[in-house]
Design a protein around this ligand. Structure first.
Ligand code: NAI
Length: 339
């Protein structure tokens, strides 16, 4: 028994050595829009992540307070706040991952596309700075409309000569988070065990949860699947209406953003088989950008995974989302080339 104990404790010690935060490589994460509704709780969650060694918080206003506050938490990362455009370069320099929740959120009655005019300009200027100061960073785009802001980012990087399709991600994790929560509730299965891929894009009907592939399996009826699909697609609007003019999802989005950034960090650190859904440059359909399962690795996207078998309902959903998603992608590209 003594021997057994010794060997198991030494192997767990080894495991600790391999995976503990002390041996995790240095990683700098920058959050642009860090003083906002999403930015603040996201800064908190990234401060709790032991894979982060430097946390850089940038906004046009309010970051000194957020940074001072978060910096007192006794976890690994060093926190620094940066405010205003003349500090943007310093905020970005040396970043491994840049997370962008900068921009305006929806109010009741607005679609994500209604945000286009303001957010497109913000994303364009932030991406121009990324190309200059940290061209090799992975970019996690949260600012809406994601279906257009990701193509805008791609065009900005192409113009700057720094575009690497493996390093640009539209964050659609909140759609996955919602699909998992709603499915678990309906199918009465433990939520922590649930997996549901969500593909397509990140707005209304372009959000296509694939409940036919959900695990653990369940025998939900067609009308229940249709209701779950609609609730996942309208999840953002559910929150916008409940907040009644005070913005859109911030806390659940911060959680989702932290989950996705953590997956990116694990991929960079060489952890095998890290798979998350994300809106990326894609050959899965005829559309140039598309959300699907993506394997993350040391260079960002290791492999864009296919759709897998779809139900007839999902096949129909896929065909109906294509025109809207295509138009949103083109709108982004057009904006980037005209401005
Ligand atoms: P918010 O208004 O609370 O915060 C936005 C922050 O961005 C503010 O602190 C503002 O000062 C900052 N900002 C504005 N211009 C900037 C610039 N040029 N550089 C740096 N920071 C700048 O908004 P919230 O609720 O945090 O939402 C942010 C964005 O995230 C919105 O576009 C929203 O639609 C999007 N969103 C995306 C989701 C997704 O699933 N991908 C889910 C929920 C929201």
């Amino acid at each position: 028994a003594a021997l057994r104990n010794r060997s198991s404790s030494s192997s767990s010690h080894l495991l600790r050595r391999c995976y503990s935060s002390e041996s995790a490589p240095e990683r700098k994460v920058a959050i642009l829009g860090a003083a906002g509704g999403i930015g603040q709780p996201l800064a908190l969650l990234m401060k709790l992540n032991p894979l982060v060694s430097k946390l850089s918080l940038y906004d046009i206003a309010g970051t000194p307070g957020v940074a001072a506050d978060v910096s007192h938490i006794n976890t690994r990362s060093e926190v620094a706040g940066f405010m205003g455009e003349d500090q943007l370069g310093q905020a970005l320099e040396g970043s491994d991952i840049v997370i962008i929740p900068a921009g305006v959120p929806r109010k009741p009655g607005m679609t994500r596309d209604d945000l286009f005019n303001i957010n497109a300009g913000i994303v364009k200027s932030l991406c121009t700075a990324i190309a200059k100061y940290c061209p090799n960073a992975l970019v996690n785009m949260i600012s809406n409309p994601v279906n257009s802001t990701v193509p805008i980012a791609a065009e900005v990087f192409k113009k700057a000569g720094t575009y690497d399709e493996k390093k640009l991600f539209g964050v659609t994790t909140l759609d996955v988070v919602r699909a998992k929560t709603f499915y678990a509730g309906k199918a009465k299965v433990p939520v922590s065990e649930v997996n549901v891929p969500v593909v397509g894009g990140h707005a209304g009907i372009t959000i296509l949860p694939l409940f036919s592939q959900a695990t653990p399996k369940s025998n939900l009826a067609d009308d229940e699947i249709a209701a779950l699909t609609k609730r996942t697609q309208d999840g953002g609007t559910e929150v916008v209406e409940a907040k009644a003019g005070k913005g859109s999802a911030t806390l659940s989005m911060a959680y989702a953003g932290a989950v996705f950034a953590d997956a990116c960090l694990k991929g960079l650190n060489g952890v095998p088989d890290v798979v998350e859904c994300s809106f990326v440059q894609s050959n899965v359909t005829e559309l140039t950008f598309f959300a699907s399962k993506v394997r993350l690795g040391k260079n960002g996207v290791e492999e864009v995974l296919g759709l897998g078998p779809l139900s007839d309902y999902e096949k129909q959903g896929l065909e109906s989302l294509k025109p809207e998603l295509k138009a949103s992608i083109e709108k982004g590209i057009k904006f980037a080339s005209a401005n």
